[in-house]
Design a protein around this ligand. Sequence first.
Ligand code: FES
Ligand code: FES
Length: 154
Amino acid sequence: MRHLALTVNGQRTELDVEPRQLLVYALREQLGLTGTNVGCDTSSCGACTVLLDGESVKSCTVLAVQADGHEVTTIEGLAEGGELHPLQQAFREHHALQCGYCTPGMIMAAVSLLADHPDPSEADIRTGLEGNLCRCTGYHNIVKAVQAAATAGR
Ligand code: FES
Ligand code: FES
């Protein structure tokens, strides 16, 4: 077992993990943060996307021990004071989800995208989110939602 101390959604968190434990399972099973989904377990779908020190990562390809001493943000950490994050609000308003399975990962990837590109073109959004698969929406409304959140943030 390894003892880890990290910051998760702004809170200092300590936990013991097997060295082979993946970050996504530490979040879901040990910390109860089940908003982060597992779609493929093979780094293909992006459902497990979280932020590690502000950068989006697929948490099924990160070992929990790699997060030791770092800052992790999950979908549960985005809303503040009962207010949805602008991207969550935009996904809601633009019907950017159907089953919702991809949505937490899609939103976390979009948070990282907008941090790097506050005024993205449609092509920037499609390229920035190409590691996140959605089986339902056809992506059109996801792109619209990200554009709307970018506009709102200007
Ligand atoms: S579960 Fe991590 S990329 Fe699919
Ligand atoms: S909304 Fe169903 S997979 Fe994206």
